[in-house]
Design a protein around this ligand. Structure first.
Ligand SMILES: CSC[C@H]1O[C@H](OP(=O)(O)O)[C@H](O)[C@@H]1O
Ligand code: HPA
Length: 252
């Protein structure tokens, strides 16, 4: 198996990777079932890169139904050892305004009932993965360097709140997340990050802010409700910067 230099997991609004040359479909069965989609493996800046659409290529899988174990197991089996997760989020604190890109360094997990460990596999040893720093320090640093090399502004640090979804949050829920110290909110950051750690994958997250989380818009109670048009429009606008950023990452 030829190694993969980087696997990228795309989220809402990101179902293909711009700039990936000669992509070929690659799919493997896993002991945990099927991944959301086949991976697309190609080259980018001369390096081997795989791309996987977390929700499926037609966004048919809701966040609480994603088979996170199969997605990560398949990428690992295909030869990936580094994973960059792209996560669309709502911004809670002022640094994370719509269209900002950021590299968080912490997570709080509010999800429930998801398959969140590989230890449940028959015969698997119990593992207590070390997770004080949930993201890989080297991959985060490389991403931040890529941002400065490519002239792409990245918000450094911050805490990602992983909520259950698929509904959006109430204002009271977001106030609680803010009090807990969260900066952005999404529905897919966990158990993905913890499963990656169990597989010893170097995993980091790039957030794309799509909207102000409920009640965080400076327009206050006059703010318009969050719509998918707003979310997808902001993801499309912000993701115009991704090809340059990822190319700079692959050139390191
Ligand atoms: C209002 S869109 C919510 C949807 O978008 C995010 O997906 P992803 O993290 O895969 O980019 C969020 O987690 C929800 O799944
Ligand atoms: O406001 C949000 N909340 C949760 N997940 C999200 N993904 C994009 N925006 C949001």
């Amino acid at each position: 198996m030829q190694p993969i230099d980087l696997a990228i997991i795309g989220g809402t609004g990101l179902y293909r990777l711009a700039g990936l040359e000669s992509p070929r479909e690659a799919s493997l069965p896993t002991p945990f079932g099927h991944a959301s989609a086949p991976a697309r493996v190609g080259t980018l800046a001369g390096r081997r890169v795989a791309f996987l659409a977390r929700h499926g290529e037609g966004h048919s899988v809701a966040p609480h139904r994603i088979n996170y174990r199969a997605n990560l197991h398949m990428l690992h089996a295909l030869g990936a050892r580094r994973v960059l997760a792209l996560n669309t989020v709502g911004g809670i604190t002022p640094r994370f305004a719509p269209r900002a890109l950021g590299v968080p360094d912490q997570i709080i997990d509010y999800t429930w009932g998801r398959e969140s460990t590989f230890c449940d596999a028959p015969g698997a040893a119990v593992q207590h993965a070390e997770f004080a720093e949930p993201y890989d320090a080297d991959l985060r640093a490389a991403l931040l360097r890529a941002g400065s090399d490519a002239g792409v502004e990245l918000v450094e640090g911050g805490c990602y709140a992983a909520t259950q979804g698929p509904r959006l949050e109430t204002r009271a829920e977001i106030s609680r997340l803010r009090r807990d110290g969260c900066d952005v909110v999404g529905m897919t950051g966990m158990p993905e990050a913890a499963l990656a750690r169990e597989l010893d994958l170097a995993y980091a997250c790039l957030v794309i802010v799509a909207n102000w989380a409920a009640g965080c818009d400076p327009a206050g109670r006059d703010a318009a409700p969050i719509t998918m048009d707003e979310v997808l429009g902001n993801v499309e606008a912000a993701s115009g910067l991704l090809p340059a950023l990822i190319e700079a990452l692959m050139q390191q």
